[in-house]
Every structure is written in structure tokens, then in C-alpha cells.
Design a protein around this ligand. Structure first.
Ligand code: NAD
Length: 486
């Protein structure tokens, strides 16, 4: 079979580059594709193309025509569903069923949702009386920002890229997007879809490459972009903020988390076990919303821990093609090194390894991949590294608590503030605790249920701004207030 090359998509054309880098499968270490690293001059061309398209057809295109194109993107992703699933699984190693149920349908849905939502989005209007007796009407007009730089991570590659691309385009912007160097596949397929659907050249550009001292850094420092939207690590967010500072570019950041699950003694026990297993181990723990701190009321702590451990031990590490929703590998061996280091630090700090902690042995090609065992720790103090810092792997620490005040204090004692899950049948308690948790998203008796209209994002080190519905449109547009005296 001929070697796949993932090319850049600039000004409506696929272009290779002098520098090709390897896209490696985390399943078995094999080569998935060669990827064209966009040079500085490629990024310049992409930004120029986006600027020209913005000044040309795109921002003046009737809203309905723009929305029809976005709807066609959704339909064409669905038409090429299997190609997208294969590319996502090859790059990430995630179970095929997960890509089929979550990543690809939600990627398509982002386009459909924003093509509909923009049509009903509102602006404000106020009437007032001037002191001379005349009427004054204020109304605001929404305008696209211009050229948006999009930097995306590897954990949900299509879903998180399209979560930015779709609202940015719906609001009338042009985009230059850099997918993660680990997961270039579905972004390249998306460029093929955009090409097939017939967007004006330059509206949508994909540039591949690394972050620091490469495509990502050059793009976010570019003088001719109007805003930066980024999902990834908090430390990277800090670097990108520095890049944005010179041009005072607006930033939208979705960053890391160290999310707590709180299980009260009146919770539906089985639902809490099932939900917490999902929230800790989904996508091999590589979701920003994953739970890494589990707090359980002391009256059910022993029972919970025993059942939670026995269920975690049943998780099987399958080839992704197996018809199960189990467990894939971590994204890379480098990431696995970081996760294993977090495990060894936890043990040095006095943590008790309850389940997992190592690398599974398969005696097949998976031994060349980046697999790791689902892992549970107990026994650590609240100041230890494992409780304080995001691991971004399939691991949690389980801690007993006695009172609501105590658990609230512990859950909030974090430099992050992304998400939390509460398990209780007492809805009044759920409302009260939710209002006191310093996070952007609280799930009650559930996890990862998403309504795309709702605000999504984090506090503190977990991000800046909110995405979703009106919140996305607010970032991707500027408001002009017009004040009319009659
Ligand atoms: P990362 O920060 O390493 O990389 C993300 C992207 O940034 C990649 O495309 C990378 O090439 C690019 N990048 C890196 N350094 C850069 C620089 N200096 N300038 C410009 N671009 C740069 O993150 P990751 O490892 O891909 O993703 C995992 C992290 O993302 C975790 O911390 C996770 O919590 C976070 N995340 C957050 C959310 C959210 O919605 N809050 C969602 C998913 C992932």
C-alpha cells in the first residue's frame, strides 16, 4: 500500500512541504502517515489566503448560503463516516465504537448545530428618552472578527477542532487551524470535505506541525490574525497568551482540569459506580473533563472502593476493532512516560496502589504501542502531586470525607476549575453544592452529557471564556452599538 501523506490545505489547495514528520499509531507503534510540516512561509500563505477570503466573498455571503455550506459539511462527514472513524482510530487508538458514537457524529453535529444556531442568535436593542424629549434607539450589530487562528489538541481531534471551526465560520470568519501533531488525520479529511463542498478558497485552511518553534508558535504570533482559540494544556495556554500579548489579540482558552467526583451516602450506588468508572477511564483518562479525584462519604467508602476496584479490574485493553467500549492506549510513549512518572511519584509520596499502575503485556504487536493499565490510588494527602496536578491518564485517587463543608473545601482547593460530578438523590443538596463549586461545569448524577447551547469552559488554570451556543458566537464576533437620535 502506498504511503499516506497528510498535506496542508492552503488557499483551496493541498500542498506538501519539504519537512515530513511521522504520525505514529499508539496501538502498535506503526507508521500511520507522513505529515507535511507547514513552514513559516506556508503559514503566511494560509493567513493571507484567509484574509483575502474574508475581505472577499465570505463575510458578505448571505447567511443562508453560508449556513447551507456548513450543513453540507455535516452531511459529507456523515457520508464519509467510516473514513473519519478509521483515521481517528489510527491516530488515537481509541475504541472504534467510541469514535462511532462520540467523536465523528459530534464532529458532524457541531457544523449542523452552529449552522442552525447562528440563524436564531440575537443582538440587543434599547429605547431611551433624550432630555430634549426626542427618542433614542440603541441597537447592536454582530460582525465577524476576521481571521481566527485555531490550535487543537489530540484527545478528541475532530470533535474539538470542529467545536471551534464551525462557530467561527458560522459567524462569518475565515480560519487557519493547526491540529495536534499527534492527530493530523481527521483534520486533513475535513479539508477534503470542505474542498468537495465548495467553500470559497482561503476560507478554511489547515496547517500541520508542532507547537513550540514550529507551525503553532508561528501561527499564534502572526501579526495578521484577529483572535486565537486554543484547547490544550494550561502551560501551553500561558505560552500562547504571551504570543497574543504583542498584538493584544483576544484569546479563548479551554485548558486542563483536575476534576472531582463527590459521592454522597444517599447516592444511587450502582449509578455512582458506573458513572465514576466512565468519568475516570473514558478515552483512557484523556478527556479534560475526566475525574482524577474521587471523594466518597466515609459511611460507604469501603463498599464503594471494593466495588470500584473490582469493576476497574474488569476493563479490558482490546484492539480498537473489537466491538466493545473498553480501553485504548495513551496517545504516545512520551505521554506514557509522564503518566508513569506521576504513578511513581504517588508511590514515593506514600500512596497505596489499589489497582493497575503498570504497562500491560500482550505478547503481540500492542507491546510496541503506548498502553497502560487503569489505575487507582488511595492514601495520599491533599497536598500530594497526584491530587494537585493533572495527569491526563486513566488514574484517580479515592479519598473518604465526613462532611459537606470538608468535601467542598477539598474539591475547591485546586488551581484548576473545569468540571465536577456530584452523586446524590437529594436534589436540594445537589443544587447547594453545585452553586459552591468553583468550576465551569457541574454534572449531577451524570457525566459528560452535553447540550451544545450551554456554556462550556473553566475557571482558574482551566481556561478563559466559555464556548457553546451564544458564548461561542460572542467570541467569534464583535458587536457594534448604533445609537440613533430621532
Ligand atoms: P498541548 O497543549 O500539548 O497541545 C495542544 C496544541 O497546542 C497542539 O496542537 C500543539 O501542537 C499546540 N502547541 C503546543 N505548544 C504551542 C505553542 N507554544 N504555541 C502554539 N501552539 C502550541 O495539549 P495536548 O497534550 O494536545 O492536550 C491535552 C491537554 O489539553 C490536557 O491538559 C487537557 O486537559 C487539555 N484539554 C482541555 C480541554 C477543555 O475543553 N478544557 C479539552 C481537551 C483537552
Amino acid at each position: 500500500m502506498s504511503q499516506i501523506i497528510y498535506k496542508n490545505y492552503i488557499a483551496g489547495k493541498f500542498q506538501s512541504s519539504q519537512n515530513l514528520f511521522d504520525d505514529i499509531s499508539p496501538i502498535d507503534g506503526s507508521l500511520v502517515a507522513k505529515v507535511a510540516e507547514a513552514s513559516n512561509s506556508d503559514v503566511d500563505k494560509a493567513v493571507d489566503a484567509a484574509r483575502n477570503a474574508f475581505n472577499g466573498d465570505w463575510s458578505n455571503m448571505p447567511l443562508k448560503t453560508r449556513c447551507d455550506l456548513l450543513e453540507k459539511v455535516a452531511l459529507t462527514i456523515e457520508k464519509r463516516f467510516d473514513d473519519f472513524v478509521d483515521a481517528e482510530v489510527a491516530d488515537t487508538g481509541k475504541p472504534v465504537n467510541q469514535a462511532k458514537l462520540i467523536d465523528i457524529p459530534r464532529g458532524a453535529e457541531n457544523f449542523r448545530f452552529f449552522s442552525n444556531y447562528i440563524k436564531i442568535s440575537k443582538t440587543e436593542s434599547y429605547e431611551m428618552q433624550h432630555e430634549d424629549g426626542s427618542k433614542v434607539i440603541n441597537y447592536s450589530i454582530r460582525k465577524p472578527k476576521g481571521v481566527i487562528a485555531i490550535i487543537a489538541p489530540w484527545n478528541l481531534p475532530l470533535l474539538l477542532l470542529t467545536w471551534k471551526v464551525a462557530p467561527a465560520l458560522a459567524a462569518g470568519n475565515c480560519i487557519v487551524a493547526k491540529p495536534s501533531e499527534e492527530t493530523p488525520g481527521t483534520a486533513t479529511l475535513l479539508a477534503e470535505v470542505v474542498d468537495e463542498v465548495g467553500f470559497p478558497d482561503g476560507v478554511f485552511n489547515i496547517v500541520h506541525g508542532y507547537g513550540p518553534k514550529s507551525t503553532g508558535e508561528y501561527l499564534t504570533k502572526h501579526h495578521d490574525i484577529d483572535a486565537i482559540t486554543f484547547t490544550g494544556e494550561s502551560a501551553t495556554g500561558s505560552e500562547i497568551m504571551k504570543s497574543a500579548a504583542d498584538g493584544v489579540k483576544p484569546v479563548s482558552f479551554e485548558l486542563g482540569g483536575k476534576n472531582a467526583a463527590i459521592i454522597f451516602d444517599d447516592a444511587d450506588f450502582d449509578a455512582a459506580i458506573e458513572g465514576t468508572l466512565k468519568s475516570v477511564f473514558a478515552n483512557c483518562g484523556q478527556v479534560c473533563l475526566c475525574t482524577e479525584r474521587v471523594y466518597v462519604h466515609q459511611s460507604i467508602y469501603e463498599k464503594f472502593l471494593e466495588k470500584f476496584k473490582s469493576e476497574a479490574e474488569k476493563i479490558t485493553e482490546n484492539w480498537p476493532q473489537k466491538e466493545s467500549l473498553d480501553f485504548g492506549p495513551l496517545i504516545s510513549k512520551e505521554h506514557r512516560e509522564k503518566v508513569l512518572k506521576a504513578f511513581s511519584t504517588a508511590i514515593t509520596d506514600g500512596g497505596i496502589l489499589e489497582v493497575g499502575g503498570g504497562i500491560p503485556i500482550f505478547d503481540d504487536k500492542r507491546d510496541s504501542g503506548s498502553w497502560i493499565e487503569p489505575t487507582i490510588f488511595t492514601g495520599l494527602g491533599e497536598k500530594s502531586d497526584l491530587i494537585k496536578n493533572e495527569v491526563f491518564g486513566p488514574v484517580c485517587h479515592v479519598t473518604p470525607f465526613e462532611s459537606e463543608n470538608e468535601v467542598l473545601k477539598k474539591a475547591n482547593d485546586s488551581k484548576y476549575g473545569l468540571a465536577a460530578a456530584i452523586w446524590t438523590k437529594d436534589i436540594n443538596k445537589a443544587h447547594l453544592i453545585s452553586s459552591k463549586l468553583n468550576v465551569g461545569v457541574v454534572w449531577v448524577n451524570s457525566w459528560y452529557l452535553r447540550d451544545l447551547r450551554t456554556p462550556f469552559g473553566g475557571m482558574k488554570l482551566s481556561g478563559i471564556g466559555r464556548e457553546g451556543g451564544q458564548h461561542s458566537l460572542d467570541f467569534y464576533s464583535e458587536l457594534t452599538n448604533v445609537c440613533v437620535k430621532s
